[in-house]
Design a protein around this ligand. Structure first.
Ligand code: APR
Length: 234
């Protein structure tokens, strides 16, 4: 069980592992490939220019899987923690589904975008809610400007969302906890090094991440089992 002082500010970074127990496959674990494509091959501006239909098939599959998934005890433990800590908790996720919100979290920063939003690849029309599946024979939807509608996702080679807010919260935090992320994708993989001089650093997951040496504490196990125990005092 963790205890915090009343002045602690907690930054929590979640990755695909926090939703593994909800049935959403991680990217780099067993079952992480989609039709023999690595995520890097279908989640990039190059992939979009080469074969937008394939990219939409991939995100349609992810929309289908995510819309059937339910939050697990890890998501609920984090929502309860927000109730207790209010704005002293900063929850930043690399995940694009909405399982944190489904569990009751109200302030979630989705640095890699939102699976249930789309936007135009050409004009500045704001992103909009979109639950549709665009699989053959469906055409790729078009914007009024003539551009193509793409997923509102940060692809490889693009800049993650809300980085200013994220770096401010990293500067201010006294405890940094990463949950279920392999520690290989930048910039999230470097957050722990960024806070090393002013925050306690904790990792939760069944395997050591690539950046394990930067953490001072590791709790090895599934997020859905470890987090409710760690936060049982809230
Ligand atoms: N509880 C906690 N962690 C788990 C669980 C579990 N039940 N099951 C697996 N994990 C861990 C794995 O050990 C692994 O370290 O989750 C991690 C998942 O790693 P990745 O698949 O690499 O996912 P992530 O780190 O979130 O990927 C980052 O890469 O492909 C991009 O944009 C995509 O947001 C994604 C980013």
């Amino acid at each position: 069980m963790l205890t915090f002082s009343p002045t602690d500010r907690i930054f929590i970074l979640t990755g695909a592992g926090v939703s593994a127990e909800s049935g959403i496959p991680t990217f780099r674990g067993v079952g992480g490939l989609w039709r023999n494509y690595r995520i890097e091959d279908v989640a990039s501006p190059e992939a979009w220019h080469r074969d937008p239909q394939l990219v939409w098939e991939f995100y349609s599959m992810r929309r289908r899987v995510a819309s059937e998934a339910k939050s697990n005890p890890a998501h609920f433990a984090l929502a309860k923690l927000e109730d207790a800590l209010q704005d002293r908790l900063f929850l930043c996720t690399q995940n694009v589904a909405n399982l944190h919100e489904q569990a009751g979290s109200r302030n979630v920063v989705h640095m890699h975008g939102d699976l249930f939003k789309s936007r135009c690849d050409t004009c500045s029309r704001p992103p909009f809610d979109d639950m549709n599946l665009y699989e053959p024979p469906a055409e790729i939807p078009q914007c009024e400007c003539g551009g193509r509608i793409r997923p509102h996702i940060c692809w490889f080679g693009e800049v993650p969302f809300e980085l200013d807010r994220i770096y401010r919260a990293l500067d201010e935090c006294t405890i940094f906890m990463a949950v279920g992320t392999s520690g290989v994708i930048q910039p999230a993989a470097s957050f722990v090094a960024q806070v090393a001089d002013h925050a306690r650093t904790i990792y939760v997951g069944p395997q050591k991440p690539a950046n394990a040496s930067s953490f001072t504490e590791c709790y090895m196990g599934k997020a859905g089992e470890v987090l409710p125990d760690l936060f049982s005092s809230f």
